[in-house]
Structure formats: structure tokens, C-alpha cells
Design a binder for this molecule. Structure first.
Ligand SMILES: [Zn+2]
Length: 445
């Protein structure tokens, strides 16, 4: 299986240096101002970037096992004219944490948005959270600071982290509905029409430099019914169709040849039907230590519990406490769980550091083989979910202005999106961004 973080630190340091050089070469000495001249002299490969972030859009909808579910003509057209690859997500592959990686260009070890864990400070189980470590910029902070305009259409990772309701320069909106409703706002912005932002109609003075469109149609169907859900083909076709609608609106607005498109996701999905949590708990209890399952919905463990387990379908987070909290116990318990048939991996502290995961995760993170699951729900109905390493894989499509045609994207990840969009718009990446520009695909200015 592909590893989500495969670059060595030496390679990354080199790439970071290259990013700085590029930024130095393209940044004007005075504060950046959007102007057609910036495109003409090559300082800015794209005048606009439009990104579609499709929650749960597994790369296998485009390549491999599930490619026959829907034709996806609009995504395939972008791929045909641009660059495509299967990119690394981030670990663990929960939506908020992964999308925060996209928004900041930093790994969870740095932004610390964490999913499905036991928070020792608040003494509660956590499902997902809205958190970005102080001082870590999102692309919304960074673009605003560098005088670029943007609208984030339900792209919640930046809400109150650089983008807010009613701010025409860094606009956040939450239109709700399905992907079509979100795309309607992108089309309105391309037409120069106002959009509803938290109850206020906001009319940006010009088409924003960056527009991000978030859609969760596909993720919702997958969670409910897995890859065989009869509603899945229509959800896939619906999100794909919005790309076509927005592209047409860009054409009508006269900006298509100056617009770059990015299509990606936060994670893929894996199916689950067979419960494995009871077996894991039996083996843990056999150690003589006091084991407790704590609900991710804010569950509070008994103070005497020594092994706290936060269960989810695709991961179980394990925290050792009190006399149980020793390296020897962590090794022993990892070994016990690895011996259970149906377990794919038990990630220890060394693994989690290597994956650049958040330090808020527990001592161990357990992952089952598909279709086993670690949820307390055990009705056997087919569903799909994410959180583990195999589903930390996403499609990455770059196409349009400033993007080379026919370039295979290799060794790229969500962590590189913010740096790449920044380079397309001729600005520096967010502070603390660790990713690099997907250089082979972006035309040198
Ligand atoms: Zn998601």
C-alpha cells in the first residue's frame, strides 16, 4: 500500500527551498495587486483558481474497482487537458483533519486537528473537532494577507480561520443543500452576482481569485450504504456535473482561459460489515488491566480505567493510563492486538510520528482489514467509512491555466495543495505550510 508520507526530510527541505525561490522570483516588490499584466508577464500562472473538494471521493471512482459506477465526463475532461494522479491524504483519514491539511499545507502533527481520540485535557472522547493550532495559517489567512480575494463555498475548514461570513475579500458561505446548490453560488460569483453569506447578501467587487466548492454528496451515500448503495451513481454524476456547470459559467464570464481547476477529496472509503471490537476488548481484558470503551460523542471514562478505547468503524484509538501507561505495556498490547485475525495494523508512537499524525491521538491506533470494523454498531448492514491508512488516498486533478497537459502527478499529497494554489496565484504559501508546489504540473513563470 502506498505510504501517505513518503518524502524524506532531505527531499522536503530541498523542495521547501525551491518554493521560497519561486515565490521570490514571482512576487512583486510592492504589495501584490491583481492585474492582467501579472498574467501577461508570467508572474502569475492563473488569474483564478477554482477548487472542488468532494468529500469521500475515492480515487477508485476514476481508476480501478469502482470506475464503472459513473462516467464522470467533466472530471475526465479536466484530466484529459491537465494533470492527474492518486495523491496521499493525511493520517488519520477523518474529514476535518484531512481537510485542515489541505487548507494549511501542514501535516496533522503541526495543525493538530484530530479525529476519533480520547482528549486527556478535557477527559472526553472526541469524534471530530474544529481546531487549528494557533499560529498555523490557512490559505484563507495567507491569501487575504497577500491581497488576494477568495470565496469558500461551504469549505468549512477555513470558517473563522481566515474566512468569515460577510467578508467580501475572504468570504465564507454555507448554502447547504447538495452540490448543485454550492455550485450555484460559484456560478453567481462568476456572473458578478451577490451570494448569501450567513444571511447577508455579499457582492464581491470582482470574481474572486480563489473559489473553493465543498460537496459531501458522495461521502453521505457511502456512509449510509457503502459502494453498492443504489444512490451512489447519481451522487457521483451530480458532483461531476457541477464541474461542467461552473466551467461553462467561467467561459461565459470570459475567464476560462485564465482559470485553473483543482479537483480533489479529503479521503476515500472502505466497506465494513463484520464486527471485530468484541474480540479486541476480550483480548485487552485478558491482560488484567481495566478496559473501557468511551464514546467519541463526548464519553467520559471512569477514573480507574487503564485502557481507554475510542471506537470507530475504521480505527480504534487506545490510550493507556495510570499504571498501564508504560512503553512495555504499549508494546505488549500492540502485539496482542496484532495477533487477532482481521486486524490490518496497530500503529504505535513511532508509526504515528512517521505518518506525521497528530500527537493528540492515543498510544496506539488499531485498523481492521476490510470488511471488519471496530464500531459498536453491529447490525451487519453494508456501509463504508474512513479513518485508516488505506483510505488516505485521494484523486488529484489540476487543469486549465498554468497547468501542463498530460502530466502524471506522482508523490503528491493534500499537504501540497495550498502551496500549489499559492504558486498559481503568484503568492507565498501559508505560514507553516510543509507541502511543495506540484512543480511538474505547474508551468514555470
Ligand atoms: Zn470526509
Amino acid at each position: 500500500m502506498a505510504h501517505p508520507i513518503r518524502r524524506s526530510s532531505a527531499v522536503r527541505a530541498g523542495a521547501a527551498g525551491a518554493v521560497v525561490l519561486l515565490a521570490a522570483a514571482v512576487l512583486p516588490a510592492t504589495p501584490a495587486v491583481s492585474s492582467p499584466a501579472a498574467t501577461a508577464d508570467g508572474a502569475r500562472p492563473a488569474q483564478h483558481v477554482i477548487m472542488f473538494d468532494f468529500d469521500g471521493f475515492d480515487p477508485r471512482f476514476l481508476t480501478g474497482r469502482y470506475a464503472g459506477l459513473a462516467e464522470l465526463p467533466n472530471i475526465r475532461a479536466l484530466i484529459g487537458e491537465g494533470a492527474f494522479g492518486v495523491a496521499d491524504g493525511s493520517y488519520s483519514s477523518y474529514s476535518n483533519s484531512s481537510r485542515t491539511t489541505t487548507a494549511t499545507g501542514a501535516y496533522p502533527a503541526v495543525h493538530r486537528n484530530t479525529g476519533y481520540y480520547y482528549n486527556q485535557e478535557t477527559d472526553r472522547g472526541v469524534s471530530q473537532e474544529r481546531h487549528i493550532e494557533p499560529g498555523v495559517e490557512t490559505i484563507a489567512h495567507s491569501l487575504k494577507r497577500q491581497d488576494r480575494t477568495a470565496a469558500y463555498l461551504q469549505w468549512y475548514a477555513v470558517q473563522n480561520y481566515g474566512a468569515t461570513y460577510g467578508d467580501p475579500a475572504a468570504l465564507y458561505t454555507q448554502p447547504g443543500g447538495d452540490c448543485e446548490t454550492r455550485a450555484d453560488q460559484a456560478i453567481a460569483l462568476l456572473r458578478g452576482e451577490p451570494v448569501n453569506s450567513g444571511g447577508t447578501m455579499v457582492d464581491p467587487a470582482a470574481i474572486p481569485d480563489l473559489i473553493t466548492v465543498y460537496c459531501d454528496d458522495v461521502d453521505g451515500v457511502l456512509h449510509d450504504g457503502g459502494f453498492s448503495d443504489p444512490d451512489l451513481p447519481a451522487a457521483l454524476a451530480r458532483v461531476d456535473a457541477q464541474i461542467g456547470r461552473v466551467r461553462e459559467a467561467a467561459r461565459e464570464a470570459g475567464v476560462l482561459d485564465r482559470t485553473a481547476f483543482v479537483v480533489t477529496a479529503d479521503h476515500g472509503a472502505r466497506e465494513w460489515t463484520v464486527p471485530l471490537l468484541p474480540e479486541v476488548l476480550d483480548r485487552l481484558s485478558a491482560t488484567g488491566l481495566k478496559v473501557q470503551v468511551v464514546a467519541s460523542s463526548g464519553g467520559v471514562p471512569d477514573p480507574a480505567s487503564e485502557i481507554v478505547v475510542v471506537p470507530a468503524p475504521r480505527t480504534a484509538d487506545i490510550t493507556l493510563r495510570g499504571r498501564a501507561d508504560t512503553p512495555e505495556n504499549a508494546r505488549r498490547i500492540a502485539g496482542i492486538i496484532r495477533g487477532i485475525p482481521g486486524i490490518a495494523a496497530v500503529r504505535d508512537q513511532q508509526d504515528l510520528r512517521r505518518l506525521k499524525a497528530s500527537d493528540k491521538l492515543g498510544d496506539l491506533v488499531v485498523e481492521p482489514v476490510e470488511p471488519y470494523h471496530l464500531s459498536t454498531l453491529a447490525d451487519g448492514a453494508p456501509r463504508a467509512s474512513h479513518g485508516a491508512l488505506p483510505e488516505a488516498q485521494v484523486p488529484m486533478v489540476l487543469s486549465g491555466a498554468g497547468i501542463r497537459r498530460g502530466v502524471p502527478l506522482r508523490n503528491v499529497g493534500l499537504v501540497d495543495v495550498a502551496a500549489t494554489i499559492s504558486a498559481l496565484l503568484g503568492v507565498r504559501p501559508p505560514a507553516n505550510s510543509q507541502g511543495h508546489v506540484m512543480r511538474g504540473a505547474v508551468e514555470r513563470s
